[in-house]
Structure formats: C-alpha cells, structure tokens
Ligand binder design. Structure first.
Ligand code: FEO
Length: 393
C-alpha cells in the first residue's frame, strides 16, 4: 500500500504483464488503482481486475481488517475496476456497493448477484465520519455508468478512467516518473479511450471546476498532485475535448512493394523541408494505438495504402475501423497509394476517412505501380494545401 494523504491509501494492483487493452497497445503495462479511506466508516473507492484481487486485499490488510469496510464505491462498472468486488464482498459481507443508477444496472448484469446497493446521483453525499463524499455522474467518461467521487475534506478528486494512463510503476505520483512522461501517457490514453466523448468530458470538467482539489486520483497509472501539474493536465483535457490539434502532420501507411512507402517518404520530405512538424508512421512497425495518439495531436493526417485484391491493406482497414469508433473531429486528411490495375480500394479508403470524421484535403494521390521521379515530384503539390489548413484558425 502507499499512503497518499492522511488516512487515504492506494491499495491497487500493478499489472506489469498487460500488453493489450482491447486493442490499445500497452507496452508499459497498467495499474488498477483502488483507494482506501480510513474514517468512521472505512470506504474503498474502486477495486481491481479479477486477477488482482488477492494483491489488493493484501494491501488493504496492511492498513485495516477488510471486514471493517462499510462502503465499496464503484465509480465504473467496467471489469478492470469492478472485477474483484465479488471476491472483496466475501471479506466484508455487510459493505454497501455505492454506484450510479446505470452502475447498478451494469453490475447486476455482470455479476447476477443481489448486492446491497446504494444508488447515488450527482450532488448526493455519503457521510463516512469526518468526511462527506460527493458524487458527480460522468456519463460516457467512459461508460454510461461512470461517475467521480470527491472528498472535499481531503481535496481529492477520484475521477476513475478520466485523467488515467496505462503505465505500470512502483511509483505512484506523476512527478515521480516525470510529469512530461505522465502527460504523454495521458495523451495516449485520451486518444484511445476518451476521444469520442469530447462534449461529455467538457461537461464533467465544468462540474469539476466547482470543486476545490489539489490531487487527482485516477483509476489507472499515476496520481496527479499540485496546482501546476493539475492545471497542465486540465488544460490538455480542455484542448482535446474541444478537438483542437497542433499545426503538425501525421503520415501513416502500409506498403506492399515499397511504392506507397516511396510516396509517403516524399510527402514526409517536402513537409519536413517546409519546417512543419511531421511524423512518418509505417503500420508494419507502428501500432495503431500510437498512430491514433498522433492523430490526436495532428491537424492533418495522410493515409496511404497499396491495393491488395482491389482493397486497402488490412492494417489500413483496421486503423480506419478503429478511427471510425474514435471519431476525431476538426481534422483534414488525404489518401494516397500505389496500385496495379484497380483503384476501387482507394474509393473505400476515401469513404472510410470521411466516415471517421475527417474532411478531405483534396483529391487523393494515386500512382500506378512504381512511381518515377517526375511522379514523385508532382506529389509536392499537396504542400500549399497543408500549409493553408495549418495556418487557418
Ligand atoms: Fe478503466 Fe472504462 O475502464
């Protein structure tokens, strides 16, 4: 366990082995953060994935006898946070499970048990002794049931998935691993988990702005503390939730025989020579969850594919399906690639780009078989289009 404030303890589980979170590449693992508040009615906020139950209970036992826990607050039904409540309740059978109305529905569907629920709504409070915990529903940040718990006495916000990062560490605070690294991981988390829910995030941020806290304890990764760290984090969330991006370009592609790759590299050179920040992401070597993190930052994205059996390459198809769900907004895109005899797949790519929420920058750039130097030079014509979009507010 780790004491994080007076009578508040981290008692979660460090998932060193996690490498994939439903499609999100997690090379650094993750944590499922549970927090124990010692008060007249000891309260646990969130739990851990089912296979972390024993470790969580061992940590709780370092602080109190688990049977003394009176409330288990489930801020979110998803099983990375609620998967061990069933096991936990065997240690504290009289504890009430505190959750949102949708949380009660979700937990009932998952566990098929008649738990002693205490259902709360925005503004409701829970008196646990010296503290009155306050709840704020945050539908779709990340599921319909999601909510945050706030302890005014501790000045702590427990927002569950919001502000989280998939990062395993024995350190518990963002400044202990480096705030820059923690912000980068928060960006990847936002891009891959939270991106579709911008308007709901803004609503939650508005609610949180009325609360006075100097610590944010999310359910994954590092804890944020201090005004400077928290302000930087909230500013980033406001920017991302408003679908703002930076004046930079991401080029992502897959290539069969290096022709599409040659086109991608020509785009990269001309954009780079113009002094525009640009990233080249080959889908054979870059995971799509990293590509999506760059999409979060980039105002312009170039998508390239070769034609395989008249279709885009499967890696590009998977990326487009992923982006269709994540729904980035206020971004521009262009398709490109090499083909042999059919261009049907390029039409599909253009449609997918628009279905994912991008506005096409112009006509796609397609070259038959191997591009020669003249054909590559003609690709430079996209530069003014990109510059115009990056310059526009
Ligand atoms: Fe970390 Fe939506 O669960």
């Amino acid at each position: 366990m780790r004491k994080i404030k007076n009578d508040v303890y981290w008692v979660g589980y460090i998932d060193w082995d996690l490498r994939n979170f439903h499609g999100y590449d997690t090379p650094h693992g993750s944590t499922y953060n549970a927090y124990l508040i010692l008060d007249e009615k000891p309260t646990l906020i969130d739990s851990v994935k089912h296979y972390g139950a024993d470790e969580m209970i061992r940590r709780i036992k370092q602080v109190i006898d688990p049977s003394k826990i009176q409330y288990i607050i489930s801020n979110h039904t998803e099983m990375d946070h609620s998967g061990s409540i069933d096991v936990l309740l065997k240690h504290c059978p009289n504890a009430q499970v505190v959750c949102s109305p949708k949380g009660e529905e979700g937990l009932s569907r998952h566990f098929k048990k008649n738990w002693n629920f205490k259902v709360v709504n925005t503004g409701d409070t829970l008196d646990i002794g010296k503290r009155k915990l306050t709840f704020m529903l945050m539908p779709m940040v990340h599921w319909p049931d999601s909510m945050a718990t706030y302890s005014a006495e501790d000045k702590i916000l427990f927002p569950n998935d919001a502000f989280g990062q998939h990062y395993a560490s024995t350190e518990r605070f963002a400044d202990e691993i480096g705030v820059g690294l923690a912000y980068d991981e928060a960006a990847k988390y936002y891009a891959n988990i939270v991106l579709p829910f911008g308007s709901q995030v803004l609503k939650a941020l508005e609610g949180a702005s009325k609360m006075d806290f100097d610590m944010i304890c999310p359910s994954h990764g590092m804890i944020w503390r201090g005004k400077e760290q928290i302000t930087g984090l909230v500013q980033r969330y406001v920017k991302w939730a408003n679908y703002e991006s930076d004046a930079q370009v991401c080029i992502t592609y897959d290539s069969m025989w290096h022709s599409t790759e040659a086109m991608a590299k020509r785009f990269y050179e001309v954009i780079d020579m113009a002094g525009i920040p640009v990233k080249l992401m080959n889908l054979q070597t870059s995971h799509m969850s990293d590509v999506v993190t760059d999409v979060l930052k980039s105002k312009v994205v170039l998508f390239g594919t070769s034609m395989l059996n008249n279709r885009m390459l499967p890696t590009v198809g998977a990326l487009m399906m992923y982006l269709k769900g994540l729904k980035p907004k206020n971004r521009f895109a262009l398709s490109f690639g090499s083909y042999g005899w059919s261009m049907v797949g390029f039409k599909e790519l253009e449609t997918s780009i628009q279905d994912a929420g991008f506005e096409l920058l112009g006509e796609g750039k397609y070259i038959r078989f191997i591009p020669d130097q003249d054909e590559l030079a003609k690709l430079d014509s996209i530069l003014p289009l990109i510059q115009a979009k990056l310059a526009a507010k």
